[in-house]
Design a protein around this ligand. Structure first.
Ligand code: 5AD
Ligand code: SF4
Length: 454
């Protein structure tokens, strides 16, 4: 079938989409660029907040209209939403044909075959549903082929699932318990990516620092980081870290391994101990700040980013001010800031009452302003310095080329200075809260690491 896959959500979903696409091609299906050309549309969904779910509802609504107008198209719901009752209810409502959970993505081809058979034999609109949260032995061993030639950043899943039970979060239910992938599979994928010309590999997991804890035969995350770095990428990044499992040996690996980037994404979620407790985050504000201090001491150039939820049920003005004051101590370079979104099926949804929307958005606005201040301060540290940038695309204005620094800043350079995409040495001239602007002072060919002058 001519198939189009629509991907929402995190980098994990983007990586899963690569697996889904390679399975489809191996199963004899064609990939098409536009949904309007497709006979089968697969939606790889996110369920972490209400907004991504609303997006799916709107797409399903449009497709239902097209079908009513006579279009013959098969619709599949995949990803986190497909694993939840909420997704099943939507599937019923909008006539979705295939429901395949995130633990069953390698079953997509048999699921399509089962659907075709059922349709042929019964002559009605049947539904095929596959959800499987026990990944071990199949999905974790499954090798995702390298991304297409010309890809500069490659994502590599090192583990799936999450053993934490943060009360706001639906992920443990959609992706199941933590399962680490075998070291050999990870290194094999990394080598294939590097051979394909990928310059930057991003190791992915809901909680990468827990890597190996589920299997005594596996190395620790810090050891894995060094093993992937040894494959020879100019850059190795990883996300997401959990403060509970963020150990000093990971800081050592960042400090001692040149190509492990000085960039850490460490979600804090709240600066108030009372709220952290209600979120079941398993650490307190001081423990988080200890990690930040150690990190900044050992890796002075480190760029630190975070996730924050404002307006968690019961959050008082005082609690929120604790978050603001944590900001002033941690000085995050950037943050993904979210208003709490009650997710059916989570403990917080069952136990706590949601705060009024106005309070949440007012606090979010104040936090965004504070973040802007610290982002600008953080970015200004790099003014006048040389950074190494992986230039990946032409900017929307057409005048700039856009890429990311080793420390993960967005960097813009005049497009005329860029002959081809890839690694460049850039002198930073000007910083804004969101980006660094500079000029190219040299290009690194074939991904050869340039020394970073400070
Ligand atoms: N509401 C708002 N934000 C959430 N996140 C996870 N669940 C929710 C929720 N129910 C945020 C957290 C997490 C990021 C991926 O999404 O900050 O780190
Ligand atoms: Fe969700 Fe917490 Fe696990 Fe992150 S660590 S995926 S927020 S339960």
């Amino acid at each position: 079938m001519r198939t189009h896959v629509i991907t929402h959500g995190c980098q994990m979903n983007e990586y899963d989409t690569l697996t889904i696409q390679s399975e489809l091609v191996a199963g004899g299906h064609d990939l098409v660029d536009h949904p309007s050309d497709a006979e089968l549309i697969l939606l790889n969904t996110c369920a972490v907040r209400g907004k991504p779910v609303e997006k799916v509802v709107s797409i399903l609504g449009d497709l239902r209209k097209e079908r009513r107008a006579g279009r013959d198209v098969v619709i599949g719901l995949m990803g986190c939403l497909a694993q939840l009752d909420e997704g099943r209810d939507l599937a019923d409502k909008f006539g979705v044909d295939l429901l395949v959970g995130p633990g069953a993505i390698t079953d997509i081809v048999p699921a399509i075959e089962a659907l075709e058979q059922a349709r042929g034999s019964r002559g009605r609109e049947p539904r095929v549903r596959v959800d499987r949260l026990a990944f071990r032995g199949d999905l974790v061993d499954h090798l995702t082929p390298p991304p297409p030639p010309g890809t500069l950043t490659g994502y590599l899943t090192i583990m799936r699932g999450c053993d934490h039970h943060c009360t706001y979060c639906i992920v443990p239910q959609t992706r199941g318990p933590e399962v680490s992938r075998p070291l050999a599979a990870i290194v094999h994928e990394a080598e294939a990516m590097r051979a394909q010309g990928v310059d930057e590999v991003v190791l992915l997991g809901q909680n990468v620092n827990s890597y190996g804890r589920d299997d005594p035969g596996l190395p620790s995350f810090a050891e894995l980081l060094r093993a992937v770095a040894a494959v020879g990428f100019p850059r190795v990044k990883f996300t997401t870290s959990h403060p509970m499992n963020f150990t000093s040996d990971v800081i050592d690996a960042i400090a001692e391994t040149a190509n492990v980037c000085d960039y850490v994404h460490l979600p804090v979620q709240s600066g108030s101990d009372r709220v952290l407790r209600r979120m079941a985050r398993e650490y307190r504000r001081e423990r988080y700040l200890d990690i930040v201090r150690e990190l900044r001491e050992r890796v002075p150039d480190v760029v630190l980013t975070t996730d924050i939820i404002v307006g968690f049920p019961g959050e008082t003005e005082e609690d929120f001010e604790q978050t603001l004051s944590l900001y002033d101590e941690a000085r995050f370079d950037a943050a993904y800031m979210f208003a709490y979104s009650a997710r059916p099926g989570t403990p917080a949804h069952a136990r706590f009452e949601d705060l009024p929307r106005e309070i949440k958005s007012e606090r979010l606005g104040r936090l965004v302003e504070r973040q802007k201040h610290w982002s600008l301060e953080g970015n200004r540290r790099f003014e006048g310095r040389e950074v190494r940038v992986l230039v990946k695309e032409l900017g929307r204005d057409g005048a700039h080329a856009v890429g990311h620094s080793d420390q993960h800043h967005t960097v813009l350079v005049p497009a005329v200075q860029v002959k081809r995409m890839g690694l460049h040495a850039v002198r930073v001239e000007h910083a804004t809260p969101h980006a660094l602007y500079g000029g190219v002072v040299g290009a690194a060919s074939d991904g050869v690491a340039l020394p970073l002058a400070s």
